[in-house]
Design a protein around this ligand. Sequence first.
Ligand code: ATP
Ligand code: MG
Length: 212
Amino acid sequence: AHEAAQHLGRLFQDLLDVTKAEDGRLSNNPKVIDVVQFTSNIIDALKPKADQKGLRLFFKPLIADSGMKTIDPIYYVDVDADHLREVLSNLLENAIKYTPVGEVVINITGDDDNVVISIADSGIGIPAEDIPHLFQKFYRVDNSDTREIGGTGLGLYLVRRLVEAIGGRVWVESEYKKGSTFSVELPRISHEEATRIIEAGVNEGGRPNFTS
Ligand code: ATP
Ligand code: MG
């Protein structure tokens, strides 16, 4: 009953967000986000789902390099935290849902200008002919691999709308029956810029400008 209620709650939130996105009424409250910390929290929340299916969940930035000590870069973005959470939860939920056995690997990479969060699974994969349609509203792959798996086909549509609303891009690479990798690219801000925005928020005494 708890799970069913949770599912309905999510569906309702998704529908609400889709409606707002289509009316151009999506809220946008950018905050400075430490992407590694933020993503790590989302993974923790979804870990029980992966455990239930016996899937391994790896978060690359937190896996210590064997031998050599390296200092991981800190990636800051300045985007709406609720939107980013919705995007990453949807992609991670899909990765777990469409992977019968194996693993889901989440990585964060980037350069001076961008941060890329990637979610790679060893799941059912997506046929090449479906890939161009995936981010459309209510689109679901219909074949013997997916028929038993429930869903509304709203998740990826919403993901695309939300990523666009926060100034990013989303795309997928997939091999049918092998697995899929979904990537989200967001504009990166420098450490100095992050500090400046956070301090400006504190001085204004206004909204908190930092979320992790
Ligand atoms: P929901 O609205 O509950 O998210 P859904 O998961 O079916 O329903 P989307 O998240 O929009 O809808 O995904 C659309 C379709 O893309 C899915 O039905 C599935 O066929 C395919 N898909 C999405 N993610 C993956 C994945 N990681 N591996 C394989 N297929 C996927
Ligand atoms: Mg989905």
